[in-house]
Design a protein around this ligand. Structure first.
Ligand code: NAD
Ligand code: UFG
Length: 342
């Protein structure tokens, strides 16, 4: 079975993808500098699967370290999760975001070329569709004008991959545009572990539920949407992980550049998400309605037909499943991976 290098694989999406890959029989190597994660996540992946991961503490901007990883392992494909992802922080520290996110990509491409590794999947984002494209988003639409430096790093990295593959037709690239990942592995052993005050909706909701935050502020209820709150395409992180599994199967057999949306194809409002969370878990989420958050679009969601047609992948889990699994993870790990002996 093939060996897959997960750059940034100790993080939220990487750890769930590692579980899916290991369960399918792939060997997994993880390189992560733990800028936003913990080695404990990788130990938990091993516990869930009963399989071993080869873990390197490594900055993916360090070509020498990456070269060593490629020398010591026979890597068939790379999944590039490594990056900083907080939208607000990217506005405050744009240079840090451009430096980290672009450099990890360049270093991976350089060292892959030296090592003769020809296949890479990239964690892109629905944010690259920008503000102008009509919904639902289709892969054939042009990249739009991004609203923040984080989004621009994703758009620029997509361009870098496309140019690299054009120059070297033996390089195969799959750009995966994630919509809004939520939820956790049903074991509750791995999940999303934000540092400080969560920016994203679901971790904020679970922290209100557990009493770490007093009250959720719903950012805007005067949008032109079905209930006035924003609509997003929330995808269970295990569905997303299985999308990577299908994409790995694809890239091992095909060459060229492909782009896939990974989403459910259905928008859910903030109000619906919070009400589903309450109903499924039997807890109350204190909330107030506040003003709109700068940069938020009223509603967007995926057209996910291409992933079904070409990868044979679609989401299987419901919003209720994601709400239950997110709460299960939060209850079992009130402080995330912190405080756990590593
Ligand atoms: P995460 O922060 O949990 O995972 C990213 C991982 O990359 C972390 O483990 C971090 O320590 C590591 N990392 C960062 N810089 C690194 C470096 N220089 N060298 C080595 N490791 C480094 O985030 P996630 O939610 O798992 O996201 C994974 C990828 O998917 C990111 O590229 C993110 O931008 C992208 N993405 C995430 C979302 C989302 O909502 N979670 C949506 C769209 C795209
Ligand atoms: N929201 C609230 N209150 C909160 C947090 C969020 O009402 O405390 C609302 C937002 O206004 C938005 C929705 O919940 O309407 C979802 O917000 P998130 O911050 O969870 O997600 P975003 O859609 O803003 O952004 C996410 C990722 C980005 C990525 C983008 C597109 O955080 O990295 O999806 O894929 F670029």
């Amino acid at each position: 079975m093939a060996t897959i290098l997960l750059a940034g694989g100790a993080g939220y999406i990487g750890s769930h993808t590692a579980v899916a890959l290991l369960n399918a029989g792939y060997d997994v190597v993880i390189a992560d500098n733990f800028a936003n994660s913990s080695p404990e996540a990788v130990r938990r992946v091993e516990r869930i699967t009963g399989k071993q991961v080869r873990l390197y503490e490594a900055d993916c901007r360090d070509n020498a370290r990456l070269a060593q990883i490629f020398r010591e392992n026979s890597i068939d494909a790379v999944i590039h999760f490594a990056g900083l992802k907080a939208v607000g922080e990217s506005v405050a520290y744009p240079v840090r975001y451009y430096r980290n996110n672009i450099d990890t990509t360049l270093s991976l491409l350089e060292t892959m070329a030296d090592a003769g590794v020809k296949r890479i999947l990239f964690s892109s984002s629905a944010t690259v569709y920008g503000e102008e494209n009509p919904i639902p988003y289709l892969e054939t639409m042009p990249r739009g004008v991004c609203t923040n430096p984080y989004g621009w790093t994703k758009a620029m990295m997509e361009q870098i991959f496309e140019d690299a593959a054009k120059a070297d037709p033996s390089l195969s690239v799959v750009l995966l545009r994630y919509f809004n990942p939520i939820g956790a592995h049903p074991s509750g052993l791995i999940g999303e572990d934000p540092q400080g005050i969560p920016n994203n909706l679901m971790p904020y909701v679970t922290q209100v539920a557990i009493g770490k935050r007093e009250c959720l502020t719903v950012f805007g209820n005067d949008y032109d949407t079905k209930d006035g709150t924003c609509g997003r395409d929330y995808i269970h992180v295990m569905d997303l992980a299985e999308g990577h599994l299908k994409a790995i199967g694809y890239i091992l057999q095909h060459s060229g550049v492909e782009v896939f949306n990974l989403g459910t194809g259905t928008p859910v409002s903030v109000k619906e998400l919070v009400e589903t969370f309450e109903a499924v878990n039997g807890v109350q989420i204190r909330r107030i309605y506040g003003g709109r958050r700068a940069g938020d679009l009223p509603e967007y969601y995926a057209n996910a037909d291409k992933a079904l047609a070409m990868l044979g992948w679609k989401t299987e889990r419901s919003l209720a499943d994601a709400c239950r699994d997110a709460w299960n993870w939060q209850k079992q790990n009130p402080n995330g991976y912190r405080g756990v002996e590593t």
